[in-house]
Structures are given as structure tokens and as C-alpha cells.
Design a protein. Structure first.
Length: 116
């Protein structure tokens, strides 16, 4: 059974930091590109960051560039998103996504709330 389990979300004050994690099982994690996609209330989904299989190439949305860092540990089947200098606009449910054509898997999401 394929599973993507996110963890590490929560509430943080503006300017704070959080690291969210996504633990994968049931497929060959190292062969899949991994992404973090967020959805804020009333807004469409936004891919905030991606990392290819080896971890060598990464992508960041302009909205998070310089503040967020994606990484993966293929030995632990886990992808991380380190989020620094958080702002209220980062409030959203963050979903983990695994992709290798033609397969695509999603986690259940973890809530991140940035509020004073």
C-alpha cells in the first residue's frame, strides 16, 4: 500500500520557522520526483517546491524563494521542507506529492498556520 504521511505542521508566529516532513512507503521512493504543494483557504493549489530523484535539482516558487528549503533522504524515504521567515500568507495545508509517470501519489496534508 502506497502511503505518504506528512508531519510537523502547526501554528507559528510571523518570522518563525517550521520543518515539515513526508515519510513515504509502498513504492520506490528514490525513483520519484517529490514536491510540496500547498492550498490556502479559498485559493487554488500552489506548488511551492520540488526536488528530483537524486536531490540535485530543486524548484522554488517565487513566493517562497530564499525562505524555504526542500531536501530528501532517500535512505529514510523522507522529504523535508524547512520553512523560515514565515509570513501569514504561508498559512495553508501542505501536501506531499510523489511523481513518476504515469504514477502520482498524494499525502493527506499537514496544516501550517502563521499567526500572531
Amino acid at each position: 500500500e502506497v502511503q505518504l504521511v506528512e508531519s510537523g505542521g502547526g501554528m507559528v508566529q510571523p518570522g518563525g520557522s517550521l520543518r515539515i516532513s513526508c515519510a513515504a512507503s509502498g513504492f520506490t521512493f528514490s525513483r520519484y520526483d517529490m514536491s510540496w504543494v500547498r492550498q490556502a483557504p479559498g485559493k487554488g493549489p500552489e506548488c511551492v517546491s520540488s526536488v528530483i530523484t537524486s536531490g540535485g535539482n530543486t524548484y522554488y516558487a517565487d513566493s517562497v524563494k530564499g525562505r524555504f528549503t526542500i531536501s530528501r533522504d532517500n535512505a529514510r524515504n523522507t522529504v523535508y521542507l524547512q520553512m523560515n521567515s514565515l509570513i501569514p500568507g504561508d498559512t495553508a495545508v501542505y501536501y506531499c506529492n510523489a511523481w513518476k509517470s504515469p504514477n502520482e501519489y498524494w499525502g493527506q496534508g499537514t496544516q501550517v498556520t502563521v499567526s500572531s
